[in-house]
Design a protein around this ligand. Structure first.
Ligand SMILES: *Cc1c(COP(=O)(O)O)cnc(C)c1O
Length: 421
């Protein structure tokens, strides 16, 4: 089978901005995001009544500002994410709710904030209903339901079924409704974040579970949310999502509910990865090339402190070389690693930590290596391990480049630390 090549292993620019120029201006390692790609993905989802960005995928306030200006609202999973949203210009109040707090617990700070600011809550445990009800009797909530089945193989990414910690177990629905009623709290929304990917048979099971659950709750329901989990391509063989078909399935469920309840039901989608993954590039410089027996390593100046998906999930990212000097036309199999004193600091690895190689152009020290499709769950999972500073982040918008986060300085690394006297 031949697949169309969507990822090239040679790159000169990002949206017309030469890699060389970006590196001169911002250094490496640096995350670069292309605003137009984010806008394009938003447009693809316009059929949904509400696009709620799961900001945990990339919560830089420059990115939040971009999505806000394009009519997108946000999800927040912590009080810190609420603070980010407000800093990026989102209001507490509005229709639809500009910020929704979604979690399986309230830490004390989040509960205080939600109560004080009147933030709508998507509740993921019976204890949250109790804690919310005591503080906001007569309020309105959304329930996140675990329908009893999930999708995906990894315990780290599966969001439904018995081994998932997320949401309210479907068989506890009636208990939760009774608990809410005790505080005069009404359930106005239902949410399922299962992540069917491109498996439409599975998706229709999720839609069916949503329909049945909503009918059990009754006509207080004004909103259903399809959650996130929309896939994006990371390899040439990955097929893009048929957004229209995805929408049609959910829209049918919504229409059935509207017919049953006799009032409008709003349909939300809650993508993280889908909006930002393809917009992002991690620019690195190759600092050493060395042989280890039969293996050849390209060692770059970014590590899993900058991008953790490969070591966490064995995630695959496309990579390309931007030549500083003379371009070559030959390729070779290489292992790509970072600078950390940790043998797992390898970008070319599979789940389970198995190191693998990648066919990339023959490069020399000083050339740039670009890790692509890195806009989601990239920067946000950064750490200061090995006392490496957080990278810079840059937003490209047309012919402009904006530094949306400065690289950390050495002083930033020890900020807040104290030597006892
Ligand atoms: C993480 C998350 C999302 C987004 O998931 P993606 O796979 O990035 O689309 C949406 N909703 C909730 C509640 C989440 O926790």
């Amino acid at each position: 089978m031949t697949v169309e090549q969507q990822f090239s292993t040679v790159r000169t620019d990002i949206s017309g901005h030469l890699i060389q120029d970006l590196v001169m201006k911002f250094g490496t390692p640096t995350y670069v995001y292309d605003a137009q790609t984010v806008r394009d993905r938003i447009e693809q989802l316009r059929q949904f009544d509400v696009i709620r960005y799961a900001q945990k995928a990339n919560s830089n306030i420059g990115v939040l500002d971009l999505v806000r200006k394009n009519g997108v609202v946000v999800d927040a999973v912590s009080s810190g994410e609420v603070f980010r949203a407000v800093s990026a210009g989102f209001d507490y109040d509005g229709e639809p709710d500009p910020i929704v707090y979604t979690a399986d617990i309230f830490d004390r700070e989040a509960l205080d904030l939600v109560v004080e600011k009147g933030i709508h809550v998507n509740v993921g445990s019976p204890d949250m209903i109790e804690q919310y009800g005591q503080r906001v009797p007569g309020g309105e909530i959304t329930l996140r339901i675990n329908p009893g089945f999930g999708h995906g193989h990894s315990a780290k990414t599966n969001t439904g079924g018995e081994s998932s910690k997320h949401g309210i177990w479907h068989e506890q629905l009636e208990d939760c409704l009774a608990l809410a009623a005790k505080f005069d709290v009404s359930v106005t929304g239902l949410h399922m974040h299962i992540g069917s990917g491109t498996d439409f048979e599975h998706l229709s099971q999720v839609c069916d579970a949503m329909l049945q659950t909503a009918l059990r709750v009754g006509d207080t329901i004004k909103m259903i949310s399809a959650g996130g989990g929309l896939p994006t391509p990371y390899r040439d063989s990955d097929v893009g999502l048929d957004v229209d078909r995805y929408y049609q399935l959910w829209n049918r469920t919504r229409k059935q509910l509207e017919a049953g309840f006799g009032h409008a039901v709003s349909l939300e989608i809650e993508p993280g990865r889908f909006l930002v993954a393809e917009s992002g590039f991690l620019l690195t410089e190759i600092r050493a090339i060395k042989k280890m027996g039969r293996n050849l390593f390209y060692l770059v100046d970014a590590g899993f402190n900058n991008l953790a998906r490969p070591i966490l999930y064995g995630a695959y990212h496309p990579m390309s070389i931007a030549f500083k000097g003379e371009p070559t036309h030959e390729t070779q199999d290489v292992i790509v690693g970072g600078p950390l004193c940790e043998s797992g600091d390898i970008f070319t690895q599979q789940e389970g930590g198995f190191v693998c190689s990648r066919e990339l152009p023959v490069a020399t020290v000083g050339d740039y290596l670009v890790i692509e499709c890195a806009g989601a769950y990239g920067y946000v999972m950064s750490s200061n391990y090995n006392s490496k500073p957080f990278s810079a982040e840059v937003l490209i918008d047309g012919d402009k480049t904006h530094l949306i986060r400065k690289r950390q300085s050495p002083a930033d690394l020890i900020r807040g630390e104290v030597i006892p006297d």
